[in-house]
Design a protein around this ligand. Structure first.
Ligand code: BEZ
Length: 187
């Protein structure tokens, strides 16, 4: 199963005359910056929670056995921490292909650690996309992650990179910490 969002993302934003755009990363973009950027700064957005509720058929799973990866869920008052990148709009050609399985670029307000804010974009896979797996317990999520793998490698490695990157940033995400504890129990 696939829900290819490349065309939809191209149609969403035209970037007329813009030479720089902020992108907020909360998943693999935090630890896998395989694109050129002008500047990167730890940042957060309000009103969204990171959740391992999106299926991955193309990176950390397969169409027959999708993995579980991060998306953002609207959650008034919540804070999601991550990394913001200042990029040239052309970089979206690469990222739209990399994150084509259900993720659409949405406008978010990015808050930097020094209190500055900027408008930017984040890739969000909403509950209406075909690959969405939805809510379950962190224990179920850990068991799912422990067994999944796809063309980009083990689902567990994707999760661990993210957990380690958040630790390096000095950030605690209770959802990530709970999954990590469950994975440790699995061994
Ligand atoms: C992110 O790190 O923000 C991200 C990575 C992959 C898909 C969507 C978002």
């Amino acid at each position: 199963m696939s829900t290819n969002t490349i065309k939809a993302n191209r149609a969403l934003h035209r970037f007329d005359g813009q030479s720089e755009v902020w992108l907020f990363g909360y998943g693999s973009l935090i630890w896998k910056a395989d694109f050129e950027f002008i500047e990167r700064r730890p940042a957060r957005i309000e009103g969204w929670s990171r959740r391992f509720w999106q299926g991955s058929h193309d990176h950390r799973g397969t169409p027959e056995a999708p993995g579980r990866v991060a998306t953002l869920i609207a959650d008034p008052g919540a804070i999601c921490t991550g990394m913001a990148y200042l990029i040239s709009p052309e970089v979206f050609d690469h990222l739209d292909k990399r994150e084509k399985n259900g993720y659409l670029r949405e406008l978010v307000t990015i808050q930097f650690r020094d209190g500055d804010t900027a408008q930017g974009l984040a890739y969000i896979a909403g509950p209406d996309n075909e690959a969405f797996l939805g809510e379950t317990t962190e224990s179920d999520i850990a068991r799912h992650i422990a067994r999944a793998a796809g063309p980009s490698g083990f689902n567990r490695d994707y999760f661990q990179h993210l957990a380690d990157a958040l630790r390096e940033l000095g950030e605690v995400d209770p959802h990530i910490a709970a999954i990590e504890r469950e994975l440790e129990k699995i061994g």
